[in-house]
Design a binder for this molecule. Structure first.
Ligand SMILES: *[C@@H]1O[C@H](CO)[C@@H](O)[C@H](O)[C@H]1NC(C)=O
Ligand SMILES: *[C@@H]1O[C@H](CO)[C@@H](O)[C@H](O)[C@H]1NC(C)=O
Ligand SMILES: *[C@@H]1O[C@H](CO)[C@@H](O)[C@H](O)[C@H]1NC(C)=O
Length: 401
């Protein structure tokens, strides 16, 4: 009732038709709560509405479009009636038709008074007009001075818009995360974090914690150090595509977290969950999986660290891959299959009957795995060629038969 009372005098100032729309929307409960809130000028009266209320209002767009007369929406090219020209951003604008806003409000005025825009109960359609105005004013992307004051208007923006920005202030990131909570803004948040980190920004613990409220599409954007601060709940929420862009150093941090996050799960369920993280798994853990006959697929095998795979015996790899072992033939030219094969005796490989090539020629003696430490550079392990040429002189002995 307070809302209606607050709006009534405003409504009486506009023409009856113009004024009736927001009131109609209000009485039907169709307006964005945070914007309705602003109609009551007492600060903080409805602050709870502002904070992360999970209103999904996306369904309202077609409804709004449906009740606005189509003819009016197509008349944006009309000129502004002189008496309607906007010189300030105030509550009168709430009663403007979208075409009037398009014709009578200047993008620069909006950009300069974003804070004011955010306190007024504009409809989605009106906000869309504002967004078009700002996009026209800044086709190369909003300047950081505007981004800093976007507030709730951030919800109107797309990831594509955000990718044009420069964001250097952690305060800005924090304020935009706050208005994004519960709004299905995961992609926008990932874009925001990407821009901030691309500009050399650092995330503090509080921000990494705040990020836990969003789906972790941003995960691989974080440095190993930032990943270290990520909560287990974030790891549990991550889906395999979220991890696609993570490199080995990130996996080294994520794997131990995932191990803890999924530790209460059993056998095959655990394996399904831990699978996307195995790029960070050490040899002992691969051995443990091999004992459980997990039947790892080759796509997962290809993500394993060569150093972790190298010490596995033929029997261990056989158990690890199970029925997928035959796929090793196709994986023998790439890491880690190639590296592992180059460490096996060729006649052991032959016994698998898969036609694997590149093992240690029969007649050579395999030296204890610790020989790796004796080699100064890991690079020499990367292919069968260098290993075989380097090794006879240093470590391997030709066994007389
Ligand atoms: C972002 O920064 C670059 C380099 O300073 C500048 O060229 C570009 O115009 C800026 N973009 C925006 C949208 O401010
Ligand atoms: C494991 O723990 C997590 C977090 O405590 C919980 O959400 C999940 O349901 C648990 N799973 C099982 C199988 O107990
Ligand atoms: C794994 O497979 C081997 C051989 O097929 C079998 O002896 C062993 O019991 C299996 N282990 C598990 C945990 O299923």
């Amino acid at each position: 009732m307070a809302l209606q009372a607050a709006l009534a005098p405003l409504g009486s100032r506009g023409t009856p038709t113009l004024g009736s729309l927001p009131l109609l929307l209000l009485s039907l409960g169709w307006m964005l709560p945070s914007r309705v809130q602003a109609a009551d000028s007492r600060p903080g009266v409805m602050t709870p509405w502002l904070r992360g209320t999970p209103w999904d209002l996306s369904w309202q767009r077609p409804e709004l479009a449906a009740i606005l007369p189509r003819g009016r929406r197509d008349t944006e090219k009309k000129g502004c009636p002189p008496e309607r020209r906007a010189r300030v951003v105030d509550e009168n604008l709430v009663f403007y038709e979208p075409w009037e806003l398009a014709a009578c409000v200047d993008g620069a005025l909006l950009a300069a008074h974003m804070d004011r825009v955010n306190t007024l109960p504009f409809t989605y359609q009106q906000l869309e007009v504002f967004k078009r105005k700002l996009d026209q004013l800044y086709p190369q992307g909003y300047p950081e001075s505007l981004v800093q004051h976007l507030g709730y208007f951030f919800r109107e923006l797309t990831p594509k818009d955000i990718h044009k920005w420069n964001v250097t202030s952690l305060e800005t990131v924090k304020s935009l995360l706050k208005v994004s909570r519960g709004q299905e803004m995961d992609a926008q948040v990932a874009a925001l974090i990407a821009r901030y980190l691309a500009g050399g920004g650092e995330l503090d613990k509080a921000t990494v914690d705040a990020l836990a409220a969003f789906h972790p599409t941003y995960l691989c954007l974080l440095s190993p150090e930032q990943l270290g601060a990520v909560q287990l709940s974030v790891v549990r929420a991550a889906r395999p595509p979220d991890l696609d862009a993570c490199g080995p150093v990130q996996m080294d941090v994520l794997y131990p977290k995932a191990r803890v996050a999924f530790q209460n799960m059993s056998g095959s369920e655990y394996f399904e969950k831990i699978k996307p993280y195995l790029g960070g798994a050490p040899t002992e853990d691969l051995r443990a999986l091999s004992r459980q006959n997990v039947s790892m697929d080759l796509a997962t095998f290809r993500t394993l660290r060569p150093e972790a795979v190298l010490p596995l015996t033929i029997a261990e790899v056989q158990n690890l891959l199970g029925p997928n072992l035959a796929g090793l033939k196709a994986a023998q030219e790439s890491s880690p299959g190639r590296d592992w094969i180059s460490r096996q005796r060729q006649d052991d490989l032959d016994s698998l009957g898969l036609g694997l090539q590149g093992g240690i020629p029969n007649g050579y003696l395999v030296v204890d795995p610790s020989f790796r430490e004796a080699l100064s550079g890991g690079a020499r392990l990367l292919g069968p060629g260098p290993v075989l040429t380097a090794v006879p002189t240093v470590l391997w002995t030709l066994v007389p038969n």
